[in-house]
Every structure is written in structure tokens, then in C-alpha cells.
Design a protein. Sequence first.
Length: 266
Amino acid sequence: MAGAALDAVEGLVRQALAGCDGLLAIGLCGAQGSGKSTLAAGLRQRLARDGVPVAILSLDDLYLTRAEREALGRSIHPLLRTRGVPGTHDVALGLRVIDALERGEAALLPRFDKAADDRLPENWWDRAAAGTRLLLLEGWCVGARPQAEAALMQPVNALEREEDAQGVWRAFVNRALAGDYQALFGRLDRLAMLAAPGFELVGRWRTQQERELRRHAGGGMSDAEVARFIQHYERLTRHMLDEMPGRADLVIALDEERRVLGVRSK
């Protein structure tokens, strides 16, 4: 997957850079396990050879702190304690990073420790250099748009049916996505999507990731924990797979082994 997908995204970026004097912000969207982080790292390495300063910011690194999510869990809905969905990110922090980079300034890039389920202290954050030309914002719901309210009525899985029977959690997530997240995604100059063949593959890909973590790092979720965890993402992932390919600037269709089936650009 990496070679063909990387070539496609590099082509999009280089074409956009040619017509951009300041910061170019590219969104890289893809379901969990689709290879976004690997793709972003490979693109940065290629552009660095030509002296192009690149910063990578993952949506995962913008998560609210554990204390902030605990507060949301108490005041709005217990499911908001779990990081991941819109409403569990510090969108304002992401916008401040973009503001600084657009001014040509150096900027601290926040980092989140998933093992500790909390944001790292600032002295652990990376730093984007002054004069950065390309920002890659990568994440599972980068560029997503909210659903129509009517679509929220019926639960899509057991998690929603049993733990969000009144729809409070999914309505909050949808409102958050319709609000500040659109301001963040509106700062993107281009949007590239790694399109999984269907949500069913997401669970398989994420399970593979967690098994590797357990094998090599001694951590990671069990298969049962993964099965429950990905239900938090199912609704919006299905929605994005349905509507985003029609508007993304670049769509890279993947098969079940994450091989590139095809590439479509505007």
C-alpha cells in the first residue's frame, strides 16, 4: 500500500505547494488502522530531501486531558470519558497551532500518551520550525461533516443501543462536529482520504494493531476490548465512507489488505 498511496498524496501536495506562498495545510483522513501515520511520516521524509519543512499533527494528539473528559462524563454522558469522537478534542489548541504556523512562527505540537490516557506535559511536545511550509493534519475523522439529526434516531450497534438509549451521547458528538470542528477542518487547503472497503475491516485492522502492541510492547487492548472500543467510531466512520469520497480532493481506495485498488483525484 505505502508506495502507491504515498506517490498519490505526494503528487497532490507538490501540485498544491507550487501555487502556495505560505503554509499549506493538508488533511489526511482514514479509518483506524488504514495507514495514515505511516503515510504522513513517509511524505515528510520525501519532502525533507528537497528541504521542505513539514509538521505532522495528529488529531489523536489533540485529545482533551483525562480530567477534562472525566468532567464531560459526569456532566453530559459517561461515554465521553472515552477519547476519540468529536467533542473529546481540544479544537482550540489545534487552531492555535495552525495560526502560529500561518504566521511563519515556530509552534509546539501537542502530544498525547495513549498508555497513560492523558496529554503529555509541554516539555515532551515536538516543535515545528519557523517557516514550516506543510502541515499534515491526520486523523480518523479529519474533514468529517455532521449527520442530519434524523440519522441519529436509530442506534447503529450495541453500544449505542445499550449505553446511549436516549441518544444523548451521539447528539452531543454530532453537535460538536457541526461546531468548532468545522472551523478546524475549514483551515485545510486539501483533503486526502484513505478509503477502507467497509467498516467491518476497521475492527480487523485495529485488532491487528493491538495484537502487535501486545506482542512487542506488552500493552494493547484485548480482542474483546477492541470490539467494544471501535463501536464508538462506527457511526461516523460509516457516514464518512458514504459521503466523503464524493468531495475529497484525493481518494485512495484500499482493499482488505490495505493494498491500493484505485486513486481518484479532482
